[in-house]
Design a protein. Structure first.
Length: 101
């Protein structure tokens, strides 16, 4: 009886552990994307002031900007969703019932 209950508890903990690992890896991936985008934009600006290049590389800069915006937007959405679940956001951001509208 007790071993069956312990087995069920352990399966639940394993599932929760795997979910957290997946969530952390997703967050890590988007943090990496944002950082890489920041690096691309920074390198493009520094290369513009290099006397050997003398042109602004718009493609690299826009790719960096896109990656940076995607990373920041994902992190902002993740933090907002987490705070919304814990009811730490302002009331105007909470879901309204259809009856109240």
């Amino acid at each position: 009886m007790y071993s069956l209950r312990l087995n069920v508890i352990m399966k639940g903990l394993q599932k929760m552990f795997i979910q957290r690992i997946i969530a952390l890896s997703l967050i890590g991936f988007f943090i990496f994307l944002g950082g890489w985008g920041w690096k691309l934009m920074r390198d493009t600006i520094f290369r513009y002031f290099d006397p050997a290049i003398q042109t602004f590389q718009w493609g690299t800069f826009l790719l960096g900007l896109l990656l940076f915006v995607i990373g920041v937007a994902f992190m902002g959405g993740f933090i907002f969703h987490k705070d919304k679940k814990r009811k730490l956001v302002q009331p105007r951001f909470m879901k309204r019932n259809h009856r109240e509208s």
